[in-house]
Design a protein around this ligand. Sequence first.
Ligand SMILES: Cc1cc2nc3c(=O)[nH]c(=O)nc-3n(C[C@H](O)[C@H](O)[C@H](O)COP(=O)(O)O)c2cc1C
Length: 341
Amino acid sequence: MYSLLRKALFMADPETAHGLALESLRIAHTTGATRLLCKSSDLPRKVMGLEFPNPVGMAAGMDKNGDYIDPLGGLGFGFIEIGTVTPRSQPGNPKPRVFRLEKSLAMINRLGFNNKGVDHLVQQARQRIFPGILGINIGKNFDTPIENAAEDYLLCMQKVYPVADYITVNISSPNTVGLRELQTASQLDLLLAVLQSKRQSLEQEYEKRVPLVVKVAPDLEDNEIPEIATIVRNCGFDGLIATNTTISRDEIKDGPQVREQGGLSGKPLQNRANEVLSAFRNCLPTDIALIGVGGVCSGEDAAEKMRLGADLIQFYTGFVYRGPQLVNDCLQSLGAHQGNA
Ligand SMILES: Cc1cc2nc3c(=O)[nH]c(=O)nc-3n(C[C@H](O)[C@H](O)[C@H](O)COP(=O)(O)O)c2cc1C
């Protein structure tokens, strides 16, 4: 059924198609039709102290403003990560800024954190009925100088804290100038320490401990991985997401769109994302959670990430190509993987 809808959607440009797909999902959810798409699953996991109904999540960026939490939740996800959100609303980069590379099951985007601002997202999150886990991914405004970035993260963290189940600190989008500099050891250490200290005061204020995770790029040098792992551990963070999109084009050759600037996602990202995931698993203790994302287009791809040490998995681009069936395929495959473990 999705392949028919996909044919129609792919006639539109990727951003228009994105909006149409999510609005169709909202209608399907309102009429109860999503229940027909979603097979029930029972794969509960306790990760970061949270009870996940299952380990399959929607990655950040699909629902930047939290406008579609319940419709997406209706598809059977165990968790949904909304955002990236910034303190103030911002339009993002000029269009066109999203490109489909169909033959490669890939996308390139340079959206640049287009979003309606943190206050809107918090309102949406408050109204959710979705019973699964809600992650909120935070970033900085494009016009906040990088040396003041911590202020943006602190402000977002303070606002989302009461409504988030976990919070992701996004320092790895390639589409906000200078953002990835925050991954360098000295800057990362400062940023994560400040956020951890803020968490301690918020924990007392709200009498709840919200886990903090950091999302990294796949384009790290191999020697940066143990450094980042040490900082994540020392700063008391609860988890790490590997990975965001890549600026590399090594794994993809075809078509003029390959030359478009931005982050590449989907199948050509899978090998590098898996390498980075596995390298982090080797230098992080098992009580620090790993969320594997990048190139999951089948149930087997999801199981592979679990074999490499992920506690949870997410996808974005695979969902664009495969639709809601990908959730069921991952759940089925992870159920079998669990059975064999
Ligand atoms: C169009 C698009 C927008 C994205 N926006 C965000 C974002 O706002 N924040 C973020 O942390 N990641 C964002 N991502 C990255 C995804 O969350 C994910 O890390 C990446 O695409 C790799 O997974 P995939 O191969 O399953 O797509 C975006 C990806 C795409 C394709």
